[in-house]
Design a protein around this ligand. Structure first.
Ligand code: PRE
Length: 389
């Protein structure tokens, strides 16, 4: 009679596990040890090539600085990274999931970047903001993160060369454009180097019970993304807009009856309880961030370009004529926005995001033609399209 007729399924499984440990486990671990040795050697071989790439980039700049439009040593190359990830995902036959492989390579490239240069990234702090998470997902563990008190300070850090890059929130799929970012984009000459998307889950954190909460702090975007939830669950609590979601958590942590709308991470960072989780009004809530530098990367054939312009309002059809050039050159528009110019009432600065790269012929031609209809036209940068499907 077979052994399994006498033993329960659980007993059979534990016997199998014991047998595996006695026989296979040591040899399987030996296999892992040997593969790890190969991996370490390969990773160091890759790191040495990355150092050579860094040296080659520096040499290219010293041989002919006039040929280089770039003011920064190009260590973060979003166009190249996109190519690397696409290739990895094409090669991947499993069992590793694409997301796991991408996370491993995020750290490999983060280490690679830091070998070439000390990289710092300014973001809207304090630690625990969604900007912090987005920056970390893009740049990994081997670069320095520099929190800033407000979005304008992130731009300034890049403009003044205090940090290599900066990351700012640009727009949210539920609540729209981030006003502070748009307002700074009206007059800055920093260049957008990349975009990155983050799924945003908002939480209500407090050390008081839901029914005792009288005041709710958050960034205006945080309050905007959960307005329906607040209406239904805390209709009488005062909403207080502050500079960031993590600053909201810091304030709520020291005030009885106060709460913050922010990420769950802030609970452990600032000593708060999670009162409610995933309270965003729309479950696909996603924020797009821009990575700022002093120049854009090369074309990838799947890019976006952000252009800022103003028109003469006294000239009928000027805005329409300015926009028509995109159709003429077969360029798709993915975003259009405007902000008051602050120079005179009812005068606006427009932003348009089109498909293509500023180095592509049709984009160059479109920008040139726009100059005929617009008062001033400025290309804020081109970046690989990273929009999740
Ligand atoms: O290809 C480059 O330019 C590199 O610097 C190498 C490398 C990499 O490790 O693969 C590192 C950082 C860049 O962001 C992209 C790629």
């Amino acid at each position: 009679m077979p052994a399994c007729d006498y033993l329960s399924a659980v007993q059979v499984r534990s016997l199998q596990a014991l047998f595996l440990e006695m026989s296979d486990l040591p040899s399987l671990r030996q296999k892992i040890d040997s593969l790890d040795t190969t991996l370490v050697n390969l990773l160091n071989e890759r790191a040495r090539v990355s150092l050579d790439i860094g040296a080659a980039k520096r040499q290219m700049e010293t041989v002919d600085p006039s040929q280089s439009e770039e003011k920064e040593p190009h260590v973060y190359m979003p166009a190249r990274e996109k190519q690397v990830y696409e290739k990895l995902n094409r090669l991947n036959r499993g069992p590793l999931k694409d997301d796991s492989l991408n996370a491993i390579f995020r750290e490999i490239m983060s280490a690679s970047i830091s070998l070439q240069q000390n990289v710092s990234v300014a973001y809207l702090g304090p630690p625990g903001t969604f900007s912090h998470q987005a920056a970390y997902e893009r740049f990994g563990d081997s670069v320095a993160y520099v929190p800033q008190k407000q979005i304008t300070a992130v731009f300034e850090a890049v403009e003044k060369g205090r940090t290599t890059y900066g990351l700012v929130p640009f727009e949210n799929s539920t609540y729209g454009s981030v006003i502070e970012t748009m307002d700074y984009l009206m007059h800055t000459d920093v260049q957008i180097r990349a975009e990155t998307y983050l799924t945003v889950h908002q939480c209500l954190l407090s050390n008081s019970k839901l029914e005792d909460i009288k005041k709710i702090y958050s960034h205006p975007q945080g309050l905007g993304q959960v307005q329906e939830w607040l209406k239904a669950n805390c209709p009488h609590a005062e909403r207080v807009p502050v500079k960031s979601t993590a600053e909201a958590a810091q304030l709520a942590a020291v005030e009885t009856g106060a709460a913050a709308i922010c990420s769950e991470i802030c609970a452990s960072l600032y000593g708060l309880n999670v009162v409610a989780q995933d309270i965003e009004d729309i479950k696909t809530n996603t924020t797009r961030f821009l990575i700022l530098g002093t120049s854009s990367d090369n074309p990838t054939k799947c890019d976006h370009t952000l252009i800022r312009f103003t028109v003469d309002h006294r000239q009928p059809g000027a805005l329409c004529d300015g926009l028509k050039v995109f159709k003429v050159h077969n360029l798709n528009l993915s975003k259009i926005d405007s902000r008051p110019s602050r120079q005179r009432p009812w005068h606006y600065v427009f932003f348009v995001e089109c498909s293509g790269h500023a180095k592509d012929d049709n984009v160059k031609q479109a920008v040139k033609e726009m100059e005929q209809y617009c008062l001033d036209v400025f290309v804020l940068g081109s970046y690989p399209d990273q929009r999740p499907e």
